[in-house]
Write a protein that binds this ligand. Structure first.
Ligand code: TXA
Ligand code: MG
Length: 325
């Protein structure tokens, strides 16, 4: 879906005036601010309820603008930018002074990406500068993949929501630390590890998901209201039924190989067999089960290859200990 030109101009105007405009990308909706306006960037953190030490991604309109925002770009980073931009790949590089420390949480590095969405690209070109954008959700909760999700989550706290239809990829970008000659994956996402390794011609290091190494990578993140438990695919039906009998309002992520199994639960989502469809639907499914009034979601992990790696990462975090635990 494309957006009306007048809406794109309106969103650009909001950004120029120091406001916040939510906009679609191929991954999830972002909460945009003028990257060079420290006050606007600071408001992003307030609206999300996110600690100021958690850095933001600067969105730019094309790889040709990269050197306006970073310096000392290694050859491997150039190669990745050339191969995957526009696309769901974020590169962490050395910050140019143009990027305020408010955006980087005080770090000397900055995360940059070129989104692969016609509406995002039109907004970036109309606006003309860089746009910081975290996912347009409250801190710790599920990322929005439609304009309605953004409105439901942020309401009047955002000055304008640019509607570009549902997001194609559905999980966030892959974040790669590209400051050195050996890139490291900091967050699995829309570009698969296999694709990165093919482009680089060598294996990649991936940070363990169990260690909080990077600011903003907490164990509990991407979480619905309902508690999430992860079990083996063969036991999803039995576990769900047991919890339902104990009085829980159970939502089930039914694995594709059990699609026809009868299951006694409050609400059931049958997980798509294709990883692309699963990633696209994931956050919507979690929202759907919350809205149905579930207090517990029983799910299993997909195979951790291709997009399955990003899906498993988000499910693990959704199932992680909550700040109130
Ligand atoms: O797909 C996406 O990446 C979406 C869309 C809107 O572009 N954005 C997104 O932003 O997911 P956010 O703020 O929810 O997640 C960005 C993450 C941070 O939590 C942090 O882990 C990492 O990017 N990050 C940002 N700057 C960094 C830096 N300088 N060093 C290491 N990690 C950084
Ligand atoms: Mg986020």
């Amino acid at each position: 879906m494309t957006a009306r030109t007048s809406d794109i101009e309106k969103a650009a105007e909001v950004l120029r005036a120091g406001g916040l405009a939510a906009f679609p990308t191929e991954t999830v909706y972002g909460l945009g601010a003028n990257a060079e306006d420290p006050a606007a960037v600071a408001r992003t953190f307030q609206v999300k309820g996110r600690p100021p030490s958690h850095p933001l991604i600067v969105h730019i309109g094309g790889a040709e603008h990269l050197d306006d925002w970073v310096h000392d770009v290694p050859a491997t980073a150039r190669l990745l930018a050339e191969r995957f931009w526009p696309g769901p790949l974020t590169l962490v590089l050395r910050r140019d002074r143009r990027v305020p420390l408010e955006a980087t949480g005080g770090l000397e590095t900055v995360a940059v990406r070129v989104p692969d969405h016609p509406v995002a690209l039109a907004l970036l070109s109309t606006f003309g500068g860089g746009v910081t954008a975290p996912s347009a959700n409250r801190f710790g909760s599920v990322s929005p993949t439609t304009a309605d999700h953004v409105r439901a989550e942020l309401g009047d706290a955002v000055d304008f929501v640019l509607d570009g239809g549902p997001c194609e990829v559905g999980v966030e970008s892959t974040i790669v630390d590209a400051t050195g000659e050996t890139p490291t994956v900091l967050r699995p996402g829309g570009v698969t590890r296999e694709d990165l390794e093919t482009a680089l011609g060598r294996p990649l290091a991936v940070h363990s998901t169990s260690r909080v190494r990077v600011p903003g990578q907490h164990p509990s993140h991407y979480a619905p209201r309902a508690r999430v438990i992860l079990v083996e695919p063969e036991t999803v039906v039995a576990e769900a039924q047991r919890a339902q009998e104990l009085g829980r309002q159970v939502g089930v992520f039914l694995p594709p190989s059990f699609a026809d199994a009868p299951v006694k639960a409050h609400a059931v989502v049958t997980v798509p067999g294709s990883m692309a469809a699963y990633a696209r639907g994931l956050y919507g499914f979690l929202r759907e089960l919350d809205q149905a009034g579930c207090d517990l979601i029983v799910a299993s992990l997909p195979e951790e290859q291709g997009l399955g790696l990003a899906i498993a990462n988000r499910l693990r975090r959704a199932a992680g200990p909550r700040p109130t635990d």
